[in-house]
Design a protein around this ligand. Structure first.
Ligand code: FMN
Length: 180
């Protein structure tokens, strides 16, 4: 599986990087960090050295490269708005535009609180086009006892939506899953 992971400049950029940690070995992951994600990472985590997403000629900018699924974690309201309007002026937004035109799975994890009516309209528009709108919302039934366990729950839910196998959280009605 070829996966494009875009980390945009919403709070929680580190969560996007954690998403990488549990990927099975047969997933080829292309990582794009927006310029603003780099700024947020500098505020929130010093030891990450991210890369720019101005390489609009990268492989994942073309539909012919054959990315199977694209995830934007976290997705800023800026990036959300661009995708909803068809703006593709960065590698990240171009990757999303490619996913839409190729009818491939696209997952957005919008991070904002509260959401403005514009953001909600953008999410509804994209959801109606088949985009997974999956913000990092706590699932209390998972009974996570730490932020890390909650993050594993979110990542597991995102993997589910993208068809990536995992045992990151205990499913309802099941005893299987990683220790909390
Ligand atoms: C520390 C920090 C935290 C931010 N958190 C958010 C957020 O949670 N959601 C959001 O939509 N924008 C947030 N922003 C603002 C975005 O970074 C800004 O809108 C930027 O233009 C997004 O650019 P991008 O979509 O190209 O990454 C934050 C900015 C900073 C500096």
């Amino acid at each position: 599986m070829k996966l494009a992971l875009v980390v945009s400049g919403a709070s929680g950029a580190e969560l996007g990087l954690k998403f990488l940690e549990y990927l099975p070995e047969d997933v080829e992951c292309h990582l794009v960090l927006s310029e603003n994600a780099r700024t947020v990472l500098k505020h929130e985590r010093n030891r990450v050295i991210p890369h720019s997403d101005d390489d609009i000629a990268a492989s994942i900018a073309s539909g012919s490269f054959g990315v199977d699924a694209t995830a934007i974690i976290p997705c800023s309201m800026n990036t959300l708005a661009k995708i909803a309007c068809g703006i593709a002026d960065t590698l990240g937004t171009r990757a999303a535009a490619v996913a839409l035109k190729e009818r491939k799975p696209l997952l957005l994890a919008p991070r904002e609180m509260p959401f403005s009516p514009i953001a909600l309209e953008n999410m509804l528009k994209l959801s109606r086009l088949g985009v997974h709108i999956a913000p990092p919302v706590p699932g209390y039934y998972a009974q996570s006892e730490s932020l890390e366990a909650m993050e594993r729950f979110w990542i597991g839910k995102w993997y589910d939506l993208l068809g990536i196998p995992h045992e990151l959280y205990r499913r309802w009605g099941s005893e299987n899953g990683i220790e909390r």
